[in-house]
Design a protein around this ligand. Structure first.
Ligand SMILES: [Zn+2]
Ligand SMILES: [Zn+2]
Length: 812
């Protein structure tokens, strides 16, 4: 009798052994080709949950596979430790964010270690430690010197509960704070920005990187590049110096149909253009729109409203006076903050015009139009009408013709517009990397000299949220000396968005303890770019876009010399519980620790691999995990229970099965089809079980097959395979063995000759795989060109199949 499979015991034992032997420590000077496999580092918000494991485990399996394939694999781990959730949690619990964060990290590290991954823990990084954030500050200075970091007053998304500014990407759903679900309002503040818009065009290029189409299209939409025309409307208003209002439109062919102009409520002209009798109404409207988030304002659900300013501009093409309105669906941050309204040919403008009884002249003729009023906006192409010299022109040509005319007259120009805004990185919070800037009355904005980095986050600040940075009230931090003139000066008290910390962490892993710079240049050049990056798709327009921008920006500064940080990206799916996303509030969170402690990490690893296609995720299912546990036990017994041979007649077939399995498993891992990879290993196990019952192969053939099974299993179940490897008498460690190769001759399917008869007469002989099934054989026979003439005009009454040999078609 074989002793029982005891995963708790063997898993702890091997984890200790691997750590003692530094088995997974990565050497930079290793002569094998490099492979940088990176998994998104977790945010330090407490426990690791199933979602982290679903990211980490399959990525580890792939990294282990690459090691066995002969690559020097860097697969590091670290913690994204600054930011709002840590600070909010700390406030709630009355502990310091540093203490809370570091305790979380201890717990998370313990959890991560229990999965038995190949992480090289000597390379761990934690972004809230000064040895790390010193370099986050340094990067800020580099961007500042290059003109890519700047300060500007701007309306920002403000969460009244978190008391801080949020990036557009952090405002979700119906305009609520991503962190706390509070409706977000708008507010003006002096903010620091990174000039991501400068890279808008380059960020639209995905040449040379293998990324999911879904992420690329989300980034494209977020960047929102559109070609159009900027048109100048004349302005002649007493006391207003500006002589024009410019709008951006993709439909210059409709310009003769403009019946009103709409400005964003925040537009700088609004106050000056408002007539005295409209003042009160306009001010009330501006105030109301400030209380709404951009998303609320742009919502298609909401009925559009606005206020007439009592002022006019002029459509230069037809000389008409155009009334100027404000409406909250126009945003100052998009385009020029003004739009021309063409109600006949735009749905939103149409609804607005109907509501306020504004004229709706048709300027693009719908098919068969009889000149009467239209019942809804006509947005399709048509012939231009009521458009002066352009009448009769198809609207598609009108776009060009009108633009050209405007350019000739100096009334406009063709241009490109983008939706993406610069990246707002200021946070009025304590728990972040300080922005290394000093304000001096004499010298202005002065960057902290490199030698004075890091600007340390004081430990004893009162970090409760007040709407202003808590650092403002920390006198020793706030009051400083100007590095230029030595006079009294003040420090910038905002801290950086935590996405700045995560924009360069993959560079730091290459030399995590390097003191002279953000990284050792030679090591960075050796490892970067990342070969395979794995993580959640929810980061599509934040982290995954910021990182690309950051690398392009520091490339232009001369810090790195590649264009894209991640050559291949793979997004794992989501694990559901009760058909819902797991969340603490729903109470359906599965704690991985419970399963590691009972069934073992290998079972959990196998379960995650088998659950479904990795990019699709699936439903957490306890019976599925029990099935996986049974499989592990079967392998245990299969290998350890003595094999008794009764013959060798099955040797060749076993070798064929083994090599087909090697091929299937290898190709599936390469294509990241882990579930079918595990299925192939299970079939192999079943086959071996049958062979064992029959004793149909010789002992040497059996040993080779079992050895192969263990090697193929090693990435998925590293502990079990190591234990069985050792007990089978092979040299330590299985994880340092080369990946098995398959022999093409053995993989090739055996062929048979399928004889096809019609009414007992041989009509064809067809080569077919030995594994052909009855329906396949019959179909092959019926499709044969040599057989078809004998079937014509006849009725097939029977099909007789002799397995592996013959199909007889009976016709009458
Ligand atoms: Zn909030
Ligand atoms: Zn000064």
């Amino acid at each position: 009798m074989v002793e029982k499979y005891n995963p708790q015991e063997i898993e702890k034992k091997w984890q200790q052994q691997w750590a003692d032997d530094k088995l997974y420590e990565v050497r930079d000077d290793d002569p094998r080709p490099k492979w940088y496999a990176l998994t998104m580092f977790p945010y330090t918000s407490g426990d690791l949950h199933i979602g982290h494991w679903y990211n980490n485990i399959p990525a580890d399996v792939h990294a282990r596979y690459m090691r066995m394939r002969g690559y020097n694999v860097l697969h590091p781990y670290g913690f994204d430790a600054f930011g709002l959730p840590a600070e909010n949690a700390a406030i709630k619990r009355g502990v310091h964010p540093f203490k809370w964060t570091m305790e979380n990290i201890d717990n998370m590290r313990r959890q991560v270690k229990s999965i038995g991954a190949v992480y090289d823990w000597s390379r761990e990084i934690i972004t809230c430690l000064p040895e790390y954030y010193k370099w986050t500050e340094w990067f800020f200075l580099k961007l500042y010197e290059a003109g890519l970091a700047y300060r500007a007053r701007a309306p920002v998304n403000w969460c009244p509960d978190c008391q801080t500014v949020l990036a557009n990407e952090q405002v979700v759903g119906e305009g609520v704070c991503e962190r706390c679900d509070t409706p977000v309002i708008r507010r003006d503040l002096e903010q620091w920005f990174f000039r991501i818009t400068k890279y808008a065009d380059e960020l639209l290029e995905f040449e040379g990187i293998d990324w999911p189409e879904r992420i690329k299209s989300m980034q494209r939409n977020w960047i929102g590049k559109s070609f159009g025309t900027e048109i100048s409307f004349g302005l002649d208003h007493p006391g207003v110096a500006e002589k024009e209002i410019r709008v951006f439109t993709t439909r210059p062919d409709t310009v003769f149909g403009v019946t009103f102009m709409v400005l964003a409520p925040e537009h700088p002209l609004v106050a000056r253009l408002t007539s005295p009798e409209k003042k009160a109404e306009v001010e009330a409207y501006v105030l109301k729109s400030r209380r709404q988030s951009e998303i609320e304002r742009l919502s298609t659900e909401k009925e559009k409203d606005g206020v007439f300013l009592g002022a006019y501009c002029v459509n230069r093409l037809n000389g008409q006076k155009v009334p100027i309105w404000i409406a909250d669906y126009v945003l100052l941050s998009y385009g020029t903050g003004a739009v021309m309204a063409v109600p006949a040919h735009d749905e939103r403008d149409f609804a607005f015009a109907k509501k306020y009884r504004l004229p709706v002249p048709v300027v693009i003729s719908p098919p068969g139009w009889d000149g009467r009023d239209i019942k809804e906006a006509y947005i399709e192409p048509g012939a231009m009408v009521n458009s002066g010299r352009f009448d009769g022109l198809p609207s598609a040509q009108g776009v060009d013709a009108v633009s050209k005319y405007l350019e000739e007259k100096g009334w406009g120009k063709r241009t490109v517009s983008y939706k993406i805004r610069d990246w707002l990185i200021s946070r009025q919070r304590y728990w972040g990397a300080p922005i290394p800037i000093i304000y001096c009355k004499k010298c202005g904005t002065v960057p902290v000299p490199e030698k004075d980095l890091p600007v340390l986050l004081p430990e004893d600040a009162e970090f409760k949220p007040t709407g202003e940075s808590p650092l403002k009230y920390h006198k020793q931090f706030f009051n400083t000396e100007c590095p230029k003139c030595g006079g009294p000066a003040e420090r910038e008290t905002d801290t950086m968005d935590t996405f700045v910390c995560s924009s360069w962490y993959f560079l730091r892993y290459t030399s995590p303890h390097f003191e002279k710079a953000a990284f050792d240049r030679a090591k960075m050049k050796h490892w970067l770019p990342v070969d395979l990056y794995t993580g959640g798709a929810e980061h599509a327009v934040m982290h995954l876009l910021y990182d690309r921008f950051f690398i392009k920006a520091i490339r232009d500064i001369g810090i790195v010399d590649f264009d894209e940080p991640f050559l291949r990206l793979f997004n794992q799916g989501i694990i559901l519980s009760g058909h819902q996303k797991m969340s603490k509030s729903r109470g359906n969170v599965v704690n991985p620790d419970d399963y590691v402690n009972t069934l073992g990490a290998d079972t959990l690893r196998g379960y995650f691999m088998f659950l479904g296609p990795w990019d699709q995720g699936g439903e957490w299912d306890d019976s599925g995990i029990s099935g996986m546990s049974r499989w592990m036990k079967r392998i245990w017994t299969l290998v350890l229970d003595e094999y008794k041979s009764a013959g060798s007649q099955g040797d060749l077939e076993l070798a064929r099965f083994t090599h087909r399995t090697i091929k299937k498993v290898t190709e599936d891992i390469e294509k990241i089809r882990f579930n079918t990879m595990v299925a192939a290993l299970m079939e192999f196990t079943n086959y071996l079980g049958r062979v064992k019952d029959e004793g149909s192969v010789g002992k040497p053939a059996w040993d080779v097959a079992v050895k192969t099974l263990l090697l193929l299993l090693a990435p998925t179940a590293p502990h079990l395979s190591e234990e069985l490897w050792q007990r089978s008498g092979y040299d330590y460690s299985i994880h340092s063995q080369p990946w098995p190769h398959w022999n093409e001759d053995l993989v090739k399917e055996e062929e048979i000759t399928l004889v096809v008869q019609v009414n007992g007469k041989v009509r064809d002989r067809i080569a077919a795989p030995a594994s052909i099934t009855e329906p396949e054989a019959v179909r092959t026979a019926l499709d044969s060109a040599r057989v078809l003439p004998y079937l014509e005009g006849k009725q097939v009454v029977n099909k007789i199949y002799v397995p592996g040999k013959l199909v007889n078609i009976v016709v009458k």
